[in-house]
Design a protein around this ligand. Structure first.
Ligand code: ADP
Ligand code: MG
Length: 268
């Protein structure tokens, strides 16, 4: 843990997995307040598993996690609950409740975690839906939404409690490039209008270059972090072929996009 408490998130020697299986080990990193940190790496390398450990959905095998200098892994139940209320979570696949309307989905965290009156909850929900451009869809059910609308509803729900930390697991997975750009724009607006710190899992290269202050690259074989830095710096100067391959993956237009830095080999 950072003894000064100046980091939003401090992860120290974390190991996580399932039963006897270790997915990640020796994971240490810190996230500054208001930073947008992307966690990237191939499918199955443990990105969601890491988020689950950080969000308290699974217990780490080893190591510690602290938020703003307060231990999370060593906290008692009451402390843990109060920290959990400061998190906003967009799960991979959105995970909206199919039997609830968009408005009801967004209202649920307010019902469960606040003592707001019904009319106050409705006002908050209306505001959050307006923020993500879903006012007209508030009475629709998830099955009636497009992929992009589902993600936006999930973002509105994640923002319902005005989180201090926002965890987004693949926020633009499965979206076409235009819808994905809209989602990035919304996330950028959240950054501009709040003090939130964000951890985003994504392998959308365009999102990484648009939004990330820093990326952590995870690797399945070594079960750890193989690179860390600003995406443009890593793309330009990492000498690790796994990092290169990832940050220069063959998406249409990747090699002539203005958003991608020129690949300069600075190794001497
Ligand atoms: N609930 C689970 N039980 C057992 N193994 C799991 C579970 N969820 C994921 N795994 C395994 O953990 C590894 C990492 O998965 P995951 O964190 O979902 O990867 P990513 O999000 O990077 O694609 C994979 O080998 C996956 O099969
Ligand atoms: Mg995942």
């Amino acid at each position: 843990m950072n003894p000064t408490g100046s980091s939003a998130i401090d992860v120290t020697n974390l190991a996580c997995g399932y039963g006897e299986t270790i997915v990640l080990k020796d994971i240490s990193f810190a996230v500054a307040p208001r930073e947008i940190l992307f966690i990237i790496g191939g499918s199955g390398c443990g990105k969601s598993t890491l988020l689950r450990c950080l969000m308290g959905l699974s217990v780490p095998i080893h190591g510690t996690v602290a938020y703003f200098g307060r231990s999370f892994t060593g906290s008692d139940a009451a402390d843990r609950r109060s920290l959990l209320k400061t998190f906003g979570i967009l799960y991979q696949g959105s995970a909206l409740w199919s039997s609830m309307t968009v408005a009801e989905n967004v209202s649920l965290p307010l019902e469960e975690n606040t003592s707001l009156s019904r009319s106050d909850r409705e006002a908050v929900v209306a505001y959050k839906l307006e923020e993500v451009g879903l006012t007209a869809a508030s009475g629709l059910y998830p099955s009636e939404l497009s992929g992009g609308m589902k993600k936006r509803a999930a973002l509105a729900r994640a923002l319902a409690l005005d989180p201090v930390i926002l965890f987004l697991d693949e926020p633009s997975e499965g979206l076409d490039p235009i819808t994905s750009r809209e989602m990035d724009h919304l996330i950028g607006e959240v950054r501009e209008t709040t003090q939130v710190t964000m951890l985003i899992v994504s392998h959308q290269l365009s999102s990484i270059f648009r939004l990330a202050d820093r990326v952590l690259v995870l690797d399945q074989a070594s079960k750890g972090i193989i690179a860390e830095g600003a995406p443009a710096t890593l793309a330009a100067s990492s000498t690790d072929p796994r990092v290169h391959e990832f940050l220069r993956q063959d998406i249409p237009g990747a090699h002539d996009s203005k958003e991608l830095p020129a690949l300069v080999n600075t190794s001497r």
